[in-house]
Design a protein around this ligand. Structure first.
Ligand SMILES: [Zn+2]
Length: 881
């Protein structure tokens, strides 16, 4: 028996183009192999790759996609446990750091975390759109000119591209008609192939079948040919992994990989070949790893949402952007596991979400036999649904039983229940064919759900609420049975307000919350009070126009602050991961530099020049502060660090640079910046009763006649909330220290006297308590302002970080030493003119908001009138039309 030569195998593997010639690989596979993660990549990449494919048109492509289920369109089923929470639930934490996707739903844009990315996105989109229209024009001209000189095939190809782009450009780039790639992208199901053969047997032509079923002609042809030749409708199975490696080898390979997930394919091949003393090609290694479910993918700082799924989520959110009442008619559902965790004196109830699908995630510290309780629950916006225990593992028939016996009665109990749609996530069990059929039979409409998006499900927060309440429940549950009883009891006690609040906080625009709007107005009023004392920067070179000052006026200079972290593994290095899994990088390699910086339009970065350094030897050279965050490094950046920076660096440098000027320091609304001095009036630090661990607070005044009040009693102990309220005539019998609504952070303007802590926190002296950093700044004779929440477009330093990160991406090798060199250079690479331009953009936003232009319109105007610091009146009139 002869073996085919290596070369022949190679030829077989090589792809061919439509003319039978060897085709170049479509994507250059880098060291990390192909990312087979998602079918959605294909769509995204289509524009770039279009000229490598021949386009085939079919008018019902979009229907096909729907049929296949939009979220399972890739080769890999998407929504596994790993997708959501990583191997040990670590992504729940990671998810906390990522921007809430709701920013895309919100009519006003926001997000502190991913601002830079969002900006990039928007700019790219604009760019792409421009390119698109340009391309269409060019193609159109070319087609006209060349129609007589091109071959028919060439012409058709070009024409197809033109048509594709043209349709894509309709409807703002969301063209309804989609092109599919030829069948290489998708295999038919057995049923679909059966349909083809069925029609063919009835005497339909291939062309005819194509028209009826909407498959590409080549697919039809192949299916029929295969049937003719083999009598089978099953696709010939794709060639699997060549059996070059034994099973033992494979296990060893996986072990090698797990030792260091960041090694490159070459490293791994080398290590592996050496250890076995056989020669294995990197292709074999790659193929083997793929068949074991490992794919190389770019390591990400924020692993939670893959790029493709981010786009997907974005689209999902955009489609629901204008939803309002619609959110009231969704039934949210999910499973969760609760456990009792025993710890000497304490019993903890402890929830690990979604480990149901992964045995590896059971925590070994949990005593055997304590597997906890798996529950399933659902709710609508103003009505709690049932919660039941699920025993054993969940499979399709168990899930269907839940739907039939638990969900359906609840559904039927809802008024106008036909208006409701049902949400469950994309866990394979939820999407089983039998489950789909059940839903169809019972007219339950599914809510399409984006992958990797537990954060969009308000029930996630409901689990948290439930967990908190069960933990506080006394007596503590001692066993699983008791736990289940308490779970049910606490679940049924959950107030409708909490449910409404959960849905609203997930899906409604937090900018529209009255307190946020009010604060924004206050902020704008305040900052525009100062504007007349500030210099302006205008024109091509952003030249300074000094303010017109009265004899006693001082110039005010806005100094904006923020912190940003640069990571040593922000780079392109990859990690090996199971499909759908994006592990965090190993901690040891995850070194980073945090920068805390101050900028002003007047001078860019706050720093002294050579001469000033010589003349002021006691003043630091620059205001910037660095920190290497980490438990084993320099700890974490706290409010004390910031206060120290302001005190010892920022203020002295500012006063050296601009004697006789007043600084207006602007901070983000983060908790660090709002930290209070230890004797500050802070309701959350107080106890109801006197003494104990509560801090001694400073003296204060209250009431219309500014009555003095000491916060300490005759014994020198802190008075506690009750005594303070009694003295103010605000105490009422039966007041609790806290109420449940306050504990669950339910915001409600109308609630004023629910509990003692809430009452004291609404007192003017407590409300007016200034943060520690603000107190330091005021003591030095300067001013302080905090940006409104969710409005990072107003802090121009965000754009500065964006520019510095871009520079870092392009110039840093992301080794630790490389990062140390690059970060300062990256920051210095942004010049003062650019900083002034960033500031101009922020001023433009403020001006628009002040004039009542908000949301998308403001975004549009801020982009369109790039050279304006203020929006001219005639433009405003036009916008408001
Ligand atoms: Zn309360």
């Amino acid at each position: 028996m002869t073996h085919p030569s290596k070369r022949k195998i190679k030829i077989k593997e090589q792809e061919r183009d439509n003319y039978g010639r060897f085709a170049k690989k479509l994507r250059v596979a880098d060291n990390w192999g192909d990312d087979d993660d998602s079918g959605w990549d294909d769509e995204v990449d289509m524009l770039n790759e279009k000229d490598k494919y021949e386009l085939v048109w079919s008018d019902n492509t979009h229907l096909e996609r729907k049929k296949r289920g939009p979220y399972l369109a890739g080769k890999t089923k998407k929504s596994t446990y790993f997708d959501k929470y990583g191997p040990s639930g670590c992504f729940t934490k990671a998810a906390k750091g990522t921007a809430k996707i709701t920013i895309f739903i919100n009519k006003h844009r926001s997000t502190p975390d991913d601002f830079e990315e969002v900006l990039d996105d928007m700019e790219d989109e604009e760019q792409a759109k421009l390119d698109l229209n340009e391309r269409i024009e060019i193609l159109k001209i070319e087609l006209k000119k060349q129609q007589n000189s091109l071959s028919v095939t060439e012409y058709n190809k070009k024409r197809a591209i033109f048509e594709y782009l043209r349709r894509l450009s309709d409807n703002d780039g969301k063209g309804k008609v989609k092109a599919t790639l030829p069948d290489q992208k998708r295999e038919l199901t057995e049923f679909e192939r059966g349909e083809i053969i069925g029609l063919w047997k009835k005497g339909h032509s291939e062309r005819n079948i194509g028209e009826i079923l909407g498959h590409p002609k080549s697919t039809i042809h192949d299916t029929i040919t295969r049937y003719k030749n083999s009598g089978q409708i099953t696709a010939s199975s794709r060639s699997g992994r060549p059996l070059k490696l034994t099973e033992r080898n494979v296990r060893q390979l996986v072990r090698t990989l797990k030792e260091d997930r960041q090694q490159s394919l070459e490293e791994m091949t080398k290590k592996f070949s050496e250890s076995l003393s056989i020669s294995v090609s990197s292709n074999t290694i790659k193929r083997t790893l793929h068949s074991e479910g490992f794919f190389g993918r770019a390591g990400k700082r924020k692993p939670f949402v893959s790029e493709a799924n981010r786009k997907k989520r974005l689209e999902w959110c955009r489609e629901r952007r204008d939803w309002d009442d619609e959110w009231n008619f969704i039934i949210w559902s999910d499973e969760s596991r609760f456990m009792i965790f025993q710890n000497d004196a304490h019993h903890w109830v402890w929830r690990k979400p979604h480990e149901k699908y992964d045995v590896d995630c059971l925590i070994p510290t949990v005593k055997s036999g304590n597997q906890g309780v798996m529950v399933w629950g659902c709710f609508a916006k103003d009505k709690i649904g049932p919660l039941i225990q699920v025993s054993g593992s969940i499979n399709a028939s168990v899930y269907m039983g839940i739907l039939e016996n638990t969900f359906l009665p609840f559904y039927n109990s809802l008024e106008n229940n036909s208006q409701y749609i049902f949400q469950d996530d994309n866990a394979p069990v939820h999407r089983a064919r039998t489950v789909k059929q059940w839903k169809e039979d019972n007219s339950i409409i599914d809510f399409p759900w984006p992958a990797q998006s537990p954060d969009l499900n308000p029930i996630e927060h409901l689990w948290d609420v439930l967990e908190r309440r069960v933990r506080e429940h006394k007596p503590h549950p001692k066993n699983i049975e008791e736990l289940m009883v308490i779970l049910e009891e606490e679940w049924n006690k959950i107030e409708p307000e909490i449910l409404t609040n959960l849905v609203e906080s997930t899906y409604y625009d937090s900018h529209e919350r009255p307190d946020v709007v009010k604060y924004q107005e206050l902020f704008l009023d305040k900052i525009y009070d100062y504007v007349k004392f500030m210099a302006k920067y205008e024109g091509e070179n952003m030249e300074q126009i000094p303010p017109t000052l009265g004899p006693n006026d001082k110039e005010i200079i806005l100094v904006t602050h923020d912190e940003c972290v640069f990571y040593s593994n922000d780079g392109k290095q990859g990690v090996w991961a199971k499909s759908g899994e994006l592990p965090l990088r190993k901690k040891g390699n995850d070194r980073s530099i945090m920068v805390s910086e101050f900028l002003s339009e007047e001078c860019g970065r706050l720093k002294l020049n050579a001469q000033q350094i010589q003349e002021n030897p006691s003043i630091p050279k620059e205001a910037r502060a660095y920190l290497q965050p980490g438990k084993d490094r320099e700890g974490f950046w706290t409010s004390e660090h910031l206060i120290d920076q302001v005190k010892t660096k920022t203020i002295p440098i500012f006063e050296t640079l601009f004697p006789n000027c007043i600084a207006l320091f602007a901070f983000d609304n983060s908790s660090n910046h709002a930290a209070f001095k230890s004797d500050a009036l802070v309701a959350s630090r107080m106890n109801l009763k006197p003494g104990g661990k509560q801090p001694k607070m400073r003296n204060t005044i209250f009431g219309p006649s500014n009555q003095h009040q000491s916060m300490v009693n005759e014994n020198g102990e802190p008075k506690g909330i009750k005594q303070v309220l009694i003295e103010r005539g605000l105490w009422k019998n039966g007041l609790n220290a806290d109420c449940q609504l306050c504990k669950d952070k339910v915001d409600d303007e109308n609630r004023v006297d629910c509990c003692a802590r809430w009452i004291i926190s609404l007192q003017p002296d407590f409300l007016g308590q200034k943060s520690a950093s603000e107190e330091v700044i005021l003591e030095a004779g300067h001013k302080c302002i905090f940006y409104p929440k969710f409005h990072c477009e107003l802090n121009y330093i965000e754009r500065y970080w964006g520019a510095a990160k871009r520079y870092t991406r392009e110039n840093c090798n992301y080794s630790w030493s490389g990062l140390q060199h690059t970060v300062p250079a990256a920051l210095e690479s942004v010049n003062t003119i650019t900083i002034r331009k960033f500031a101009r953009k922020a001023w433009r936003y403020m001006d628009l908001y002040r004039k009542g232009v908000t949301g998308k319109l403001a975004e549009y105007a801020a982009k369109k009138y790039k050279s304006h610091r203020c929006i001219p009146d005639y433009v405003l009139a036009e916008l408001n039309k």
